[in-house]
Design a protein around this ligand. Structure first.
Ligand SMILES: Cc1cc2nc3c(=O)[nH]c(=O)nc-3n(C[C@H](O)[C@H](O)[C@H](O)COP(=O)(O)O)c2cc1C
Length: 396
């Protein structure tokens, strides 16, 4: 990310301190940050704090010439790779929507051709006010990206929507925007992740140790490449990747229903979930007494979701995952044929350092014409990016 420059417009909201965290995260990625502060922002935090964090002089005044007597707002506007307003007050949102240019920040925003991202933060009543919503609508229609605020307890004591999005999510969006590889834009992608859980009675169940990490990283990577992503997830303890629509399920039957309900509308389906192949034949409504538990449990096959997807496939690009402990590639090749898949990701879960529960993975990628590529041990986030880039190439 060297040589990329973000201009950060900071306005007078109580979430201003989070802008410092965003700068710190951007600097770690070696992204240059030029801060512009409004007069009201300076009522909350001094420019010196922002100067120390960004390592650059903070700009505040419209009527001061820059180096070589250049007109500062035009120079800054021209050199920005990305413009981010954070926190964005109701006031700056209104000014941007109506083209008002009465200070350095609002004037520079009119002069820039860089993509503009706006992260609103304010009291819920302010955020929901029709004028703020109308102004946000105007900005959206112009291509400004609104980093939606979260709902939660606000600084003013109220609870509702208006809390600045988490700094790490904002930074993720900034990085995607700077990378500008929107190779999956306009594609709808369904990813499944995690295990399924099949009940025996209300307090007992069978499942497997899938953490869901690989699927979640696939969803995150797909979103980063611009796709509209739906994530059907079994019970896992993971945060939803930013901008991804998550649907939680428990059993393989729930997963089947949700996946089939979305299938027609999808362009790409990535089945990374570890769906149980078998479930207890009988689910007891009441807890089975210890003394009544039988020594063996009768199981029945669950529905083969991937096979059904392969059979009913029309336009979709279908990606399967195979976790094996031996003959990984041979098994994956057979699965491509058997289930009418377009692409397989196969991994050996017996390998040390990778597989279930781990943050790391080592995989083989197999195409429909049986070409095999090996991706050596790396973080699941890196592996997921590489896989999604390959998929983007194939569906082009
Ligand atoms: C303590 C305090 C907290 C404020 N917090 C916010 C806020 O979170 N969001 C917002 O839109 N306005 C907030 N305001 C109001 C703005 O500071 C005010 O509208 C100001 O004119 C914004 O100017 P600017 O957009 O040029 O920075 C707050 C005001 C005060 C006094």
């Amino acid at each position: 990310m060297k040589h990329k420059k973000v201009v950060l417009g900071v306005t007078g909201g109580i979430a201003i301190y989070k802008a410092l965290e965003v700068i710190s995260l951007l600097k770690k990625l070696e992204i240059e940050v030029q801060v512009i502060m409004t007069r009201h922002a300076r009522e909350f935090v001094t420019p010196m704090t922002f100067e120390a964090m960004s390592g650059r002089k903070v700009l505040t005044d419209l009527f001061t010439l820059g180096a070589d007597s250049k007109i500062e707002h035009i120079e800054v506007a021209k050199t920005a790779d990305l413009f981010v307003v954070l926190p964005a007050t109701a006031n700056i949102i209104g000014k941007m929507a109506r083209g008002i240019a009465d200070d350095l920040l609002s004037t520079t925003l009119l002069a820039t051709k860089a993509p503009v991202y706006v992260a609103p933060a304010m009291n819920t009543n302010m955020f929901e006010h029709v004028s703020v919503q109308e102004n946000l609508g105007i900005l959206r229609d112009r291509g400004v990206v609104i980093i939606e605020p979260d709902a939660g307890r606000l600084a003013c004591g109220d609870t509702g929507k208006g809390k600045l999005a988490p700094p790490e999510d904002i930074v993720e969006q900034i990085v995607w925007a700077l990378e500008a590889r929107q190779t999956l834009k306009d594609k709808k992608i369904l990813v499944t992740a995690g295990p399924t859980v099949e009940p025996i009675d209300p307090v007992r169940y069978i499942t497997n140790p899938s953490s869901g990490r690989m699927g979640f990283e696939m969803a995150r990577a797909a979103r980063a490449l611009g796709a509209e992503v739906y994530l059907v997830a079994g019970p896992v303890n993971l945060k939803t990747p930013f901008g991804v629509r998550r649907i939680d399920v428990t059993t393989s039957e729930d997963m089947y229903r949700e996946v089939m309900g979305l299938y027609d509308r999808m362009d790409i389906v990535i089945k990374a979930a570890a769906v149980l192949d078998y479930r207890p034949e009988k689910v007891h409504e009441k807890k089975i007494k210890k003394e009544d538990i039988e020594a063996s449990l009768t199981l029945e096959r669950t529905r083969d979701i991937l096979k059904t997807l392969g059979k009913t496939k029309s336009h979709q690009f279908l990606v399967g995952f195979a976790a094996q402990t031996h003959d990984v590639v041979d098994y994956a090749k057979a699965k491509i044929r058997d289930k009418n898949l377009d692409f397989m990701v196969a991994n050996d879960v017996s390998l040390k350092g990778g597989g279930f529960q781990s943050e790391w993975n080592e995989v083989y990628l197999i195409t429909r014409d049986m070409q095999v590529t090996h991706l050596s041990l790396d973080k699941k986030s890196v592996i997921a990016k590489e896989i999604l880039e390959k998929i983007a190439d194939m569906v082009k």
